[in-house]
Unconditional design. Structure first.
Length: 277
């Protein structure tokens, strides 16, 4: 069982310098499987630890845990410029996901677009399948959480989050929690009380990105081609990024926003003080 004292000890140990799983196990006087599970839990819950595996796929593979400073987001000039735009953006119209997509190696990305009369989760997008494949964590950049009521085929997205939570997969959200979106946030958050585990966490942050980050494997982004488009149909564009370096950067962006976000409980309490007259 990972307690607060052990977590603090591991964080200090890894912050000092990168550590192998075996070194962490020796520190705790635990076996390497327990040490790795503790490190993975800290990584999934806080983002303060990340991993690199050297010689992956070989018998001599070496897994290193290192300090993942959420205050140091930028790695390249392009990422620095993108981050500045994400920091000042508030609405989805303030940023285009294509501006990330264009920098990713063409062999490590895919995209498609289609016209829809309403916001849907389609089979080609297969958001449900991707979410259910998560083994470590799911991080979600959202707006007003309106998609919480959507479904793919007969599968409701809220049921998918419940399944992930039941499997002890942390699901973290940053979203604009206001008077109009508070019911959506409450609906998702009740999963915790339903299953008796706190695996869903929502924090209030206004930011322009709309994306799902699934483990270290894929980022699924979405945008409307023309947010001001009139008429029944709108053109939705879907992007997927598989590049490890870009996934790592997007996760750092998430943890940066999440760290300064307002917890859902406090946000709801503050919104309740707004009286109707």
């Amino acid at each position: 069982m990972l307690d607060a004292k052990t977590e603090k000890r591991l964080l200090s140990f890894v912050k000092e310098k990168p550590r192998t799983v075996q070194e962490s196990a020796q520190l705790l006087k635990k076996n390497w499987r327990t040490a790795e599970a503790y490190l993975q839990k800290i990584a999934a819950e806080t983002g303060q630890i990340a991993f690199r595996t050297f010689r992956e796929g070989t018998r001599g593979a070496l897994k290193i845990a290192y300090w993942n400073s959420i205050g140091e987001v930028n790695a390249t000039g392009a990422q620095e410029l993108l981050f500045k735009r994400l920091e000042v953006g508030r609405k989805k119209e303030d940023f285009s996901a294509f501006d990330i997509y264009q920098y990713v190696d063409k062999d490590k990305r895919t995209a498609f677009f289609e016209e829809q009369e309403e916001e849907l989760i389609n089979v080609k997008q297969d958001l449900v399948g991707s979410l259910l494949s998560a083994q470590q964590q799911v991080l979600i950049f959202s707006g007003n959480l309106s998609w919480a009521n959507l479904q793919q085929g007969k599968k409701k997205l809220s049921d998918v989050f419940a399944e992930l939570a039941e499997r002890n997969i942390p699901v973290k959200f940053i979203a604009d929690i206001n008077i109009s979106s508070i019911d959506n946030a409450k609906k998702i958050n009740t999963i915790n009380s339903t299953i008796g585990k706190d695996r869903i966490e929502i924090r209030h942050v206004e930011q322009p990105l709309r994306a799902f980050v699934i483990d270290d494997r894929v980022v699924k982004l979405k945008e409307i081609k023309d947010p001001h488009e009139t008429g029944k149909k709108k053109t939705y564009i879907f992007y997927e990024v598989y590049d490890a370096e870009w996934i790592e950067w997007i996760k750092k962006v998430f943890w940066h926003f999440f760290a300064s976000g307002i917890p859902l409980k406090k946000r709801i309490e503050d919104l309740k003080t707004v009286k109707r007259i």
